[in-house]
Design a protein around this ligand. Structure first.
Ligand SMILES: Nc1ncnc2c1ncn2[C@@H]1O[C@H](COP(=O)(O)OP(=O)(O)OP(=O)(O)O)[C@@H](O)[C@H]1O
Ligand SMILES: [Mg+2]
Length: 305
């Protein structure tokens, strides 16, 4: 049995601008003990999926089961099994990080003793020790966000929903959070994480799903998604070439003052030589998840238009 099973899950929102199909017949299984990432553009439906699966929102039709329990029919059976970092959640103004973690564990039924020990452990692991007794209103945004993630990871709940957990964190903070997430997975939790940082998904996820307009476009390993890009290497140019000149060598992605070209290995020598002769700069590297994502979702956008 999978940890999470969604079947024909559909959610419509009826608003002033008509009906939005936020989830459209989604079928998805997330295996137990896995770190699963959700990728998709703004408005793709990721948070809606999480809210439905976490018993916060009723679906229009279809079903979700968590460890076999139907989330609509038996939310009370599901809630002890899950914990959730809401997207852009905020800690309570006057409570400290330590109080947040401790009180949350107590509310969930932990004894004073075990909640105290667990709180200390998580506060240390998350690098929150210097801030543990400061009221939240005095903390920076990234530290507030880390407090929320600490609360959720401290629960060691069987299923953790992390909706953009590292939003607004510096590169050190992100890595610290990654480590604690990995530890939760090693201890047996299943994690569903959303992120717009594709390097984060590449670092953490065993599998991922790309969703767009409420539909699953891809589900599988990050490596397999990368191999869907039909080109072998990624060249990045600053100067030297125009987009039009590069277009005959492969796929060009315009990125502010740089041009990214996805092309075949056999063309690299010629392209780098010419770029350097013309006084440009060029870097050569492997195709990343970001390009695979842009290509996959970009195709969908073109079809829409
Ligand atoms: N309460 C609501 N009422 C009406 N429409 C909504 C509501 N919540 C979300 N939507 C719409 O549903 C769609 C999916 O939104 P959702 O928040 O699930 O996207 P997301 O993938 O989490 O995006 P992001 O990456 O920006 O967080 C969007 O078109 C959004 O505008
Ligand atoms: Mg969202």
């Amino acid at each position: 049995m999978a940890a999470l099973e969604a079947r024909a899950l559909t959610k419509l929102y009826h608003g002033r601008r008509g009906t939005v199909r936020a989830l459209d017949q989604v079928d998805l299984d997330i295996p137990k003990g896995e770190l699963f990432a959700f990728l998709g553009r703004n408005g793709a439906g990721k948070t809606t999926f999480i809210k439905v699966a976490a018993t916060l929102l009723l679906p229009t039709s279809g079903e979700v089961r968590l460890f076999g329990e139907d989330v609509v029919a038996h939310p009370e059976a599901v809630r002890p099994l899950i914990a959730l970092v809401p997207q852009e959640g905020r800690p309570f103004f006057h409570m400290t990080p330590r109080e947040h973690v401790y009180e949350y564990l107590r509310v969930r039924g932990a004894s004073a003793e075990s909640a105290g020990a667990r709180t200390s452990e998580v506060i240390t692991a998350m690098g929150l020790t210097p801030f543990e007794n400061e009221p939240s209103y005095r903390l920076s945004g990234g530290v507030q966000q880390r407090t929320l993630v600490a609360m959720i990871l401290a629960t060691e709940a069987p299923f953790l929903f992390l909706d953009e957990p590292t939003l607004g964190m510096d590169p050190f903070g992100r890595r610290q959070v990654w480590e604690v997430i990995r530890r939760a997975v090693r201890k047996g939790s299943t994690v569903l994480l959303t992120t717009h940082y594709l390097d984060e998904a590449e670092q953490l996820a065993q599998e991922l799903a790309v969703i767009d307009s409420g539909k699953v476009l891809y589900r599988g390993a990050p490596e397999a998604l990368k191999s869907t890009v039909k080109r072998e290497v990624r060249l990045q140019f600053s100067g030297g070439f125009t987009a039009k000149e590069l277009a005959e060598y492969g796929q060009v992605i315009q990125d502010r003052n740089r041009l990214v070209l996805l092309t075949m290995r056999s063309r690299v020598r010629e392209l780098t030589d010419r770029a350097l002769e013309r006084g440009g700069e060029v870097t050569v590297g492997p195709v990343t998840l970001e390009e695979a994502f842009l290509e996959l979702v970009g195709r969908g956008i073109e079809e829409e238009q």
